[in-house]
Design a protein around this ligand. Structure first.
Ligand SMILES: [Zn+2]
Length: 213
């Protein structure tokens, strides 16, 4: 189904009826299970981009707890993403956390072009400018702009995975029950995700100075 600017809400409601019927027949028991509560095993941090959601994993409703924002940033001062992290780790006890970036990310592109976007966006993208600054040498050595953007997408995923790993709740859950944090990148042109390897940084990821008691 597509949705044009001239379409109205009735079209969406009809589409929803079809979707719910399809889900009930293709995945029997899922809706009944969801009626009883949620037990997702995965927490997904992704970009708000309309092309790059967690649906690419092919999982059913109820299997992925989700937080999305501009450029999949998990900042230790953002109460929204931290609240999601708290609920997912402490209450839902997810076993995997994924930070997923995507190629052709406009937030990344604007950051590399040093474009002013105005308003709250410039403040939010400051997180990404920090990543750009940290890796300026690597990024400057890539001539092709598209490839430079892809590199910053991957470097941002690595930075955000490290932010998640250094959250005190995540550190405690990793120690106690083996909680894992991964980085992925989604290609909007192919629909495929690939892992962005983020080796554990022994110097920092297990540093007690990130823990609070
Ligand atoms: Zn994006």
């Amino acid at each position: 189904m597509s949705f044009a600017p001239s379409d109205n809400i009735a079209k969406l409601l009809d589409g929803n009826k079809e979707w719910a019927a399809k889900l009930a027949s293709s995945a029997p028991g899922v809706l009944e299970q969801n009626a009883k509560g949620q037990q997702p095993n995965i927490l997904w941090f992704g970009c708000a981009d309309s092309r790059a959601g967690e649906s690419c994993l092919g999982l059913h409703p109820g299997q992925v707890f989700v937080h999305r924002n501009i450029a999949n940033i998990v900042s230790h001062s953002d109460i929204s993403s931290l609240s999601v992290l708290q609920l997912a780790v402490d209450s839902l006890k997810v076993s995997h956390i994924i930070v997923c970036g995507h190629y052709d990310c406009k937030g990344v592109e604007a950051t590399l072009k040093k474009e002013r976007m105005g308003g709250e966006l410039d403040a939010w993208l400051r997180h990404l400018r920090d990543v750009r600054h940290t890796h300026a040498k690597t990024l400057d050595s890539i001539d092709d702009f598209k490839k430079r953007c892809q590199k910053l997408v991957e470097l941002n995923v690595i930075a955000q995975v490290r932010n998640v790993r250094r959250n005190d709740r995540v550190m405690a859950a990793a120690k106690e029950r083996g909680l894992k944090v991964y980085g992925l990148v989604y290609d909007v042109a192919t629909g495929l995700v690939n892992e962005v390897p983020v080796p554990v940084d022994d110097g920092l990821d297990s540093d007690d100075s990130y823990l609070v008691h």
